[in-house]
Write a protein that binds this ligand. Structure first.
Ligand SMILES: CC(C)(COP(=O)(O)OP(=O)(O)OC[C@H]1O[C@@H](n2cnc3c(N)ncnc32)[C@H](O)[C@@H]1OP(=O)(O)O)[C@@H](O)C(=O)NCCC(=O)NCCS
Length: 159
């Protein structure tokens, strides 16, 4: 995908483009601000695998930039296939919008742009996983049309 300029729901011009290695520091800083945990090695690995020169063409890492080119949001996703019989579907792996830029339509633009890429790749469904008590993320995804799906998450602590 090329860089596009889109108007958010609040009429703000936002650039959406594929991420590149030069975005690493800004993505790490934004994620640290959102989650309180710095994960530099994790994001270096995700950037390499989702936006690096040899990344699979069904993996996507997009960033949103304000008029001054400041990175204000990101989203990463991919096509996953045949996990426990599930036909290929799009997964939203991670996303974040700067706390200073929220509720201005940036998250919706990022999700729309990722969905367009996933649709081009041939999938007709998207999925993601959020904490059940995370009201902001739940409200966002619910507002964007996602609802409970047919799978449930199972887990076990390994001693
Ligand atoms: C979820 C998130 C991406 C939304 O980004 P955003 O730019 O504020 O979202 P938008 O402005 O595009 O909102 C779209 C819709 O989502 C819903 N929504 C967004 N924020 C909301 C909130 N705080 N409360 C209730 N609904 C909300 C609304 O339905 C909104 O539509 P509206 O503008 O017509 O009311 C952002 O809050 C965020 O980054 N949260 C943290 C994400 C996270 O935990 N990341 C971990 C690292 S991967």
């Amino acid at each position: 995908m090329d860089r596009i300029t889109a108007m958010s729901s609040k009429n703000i011009a936002i650039d959406i483009r594929p991420a590149n290695s030069a975005d690493e520091a800004a993505i790490v800083a934004l994620d640290t601000e959102i989650t309180g945990t710095e994960k530099a090695a994790y994001w270096a690995d995700i950037l390499e695998r989702y936006a690096g020169p040899d990344h699979r063409n069904d993996r996507y890492f997009l960033v949103a930039c304000a008029a001054n080119d400041e990175l204000i949001g990101f989203i990463a996703g991919e096509v996953r296939a045949w996990e426990f019989g599930s036909p290929p579907c799009g997964w939203v792996l991670a996303m974040g919008v700067s706390p200073q830029q929220r509720e201005r339509g940036v998250g919706a633009l990022l999700l729309d742009s990722l969905c367009a890429q996933l649709k081009n790749a041939g999938v007709t469904t998207i999925r993601t996983m959020v904490l059940r008590n995370d009201k902001v993320n739940l409200s966002f995804f619910r507002g964007e049309g996602l609802a409970a799906g047919p799978y449930i998450e199972l887990e076990k602590h390994l001693d």
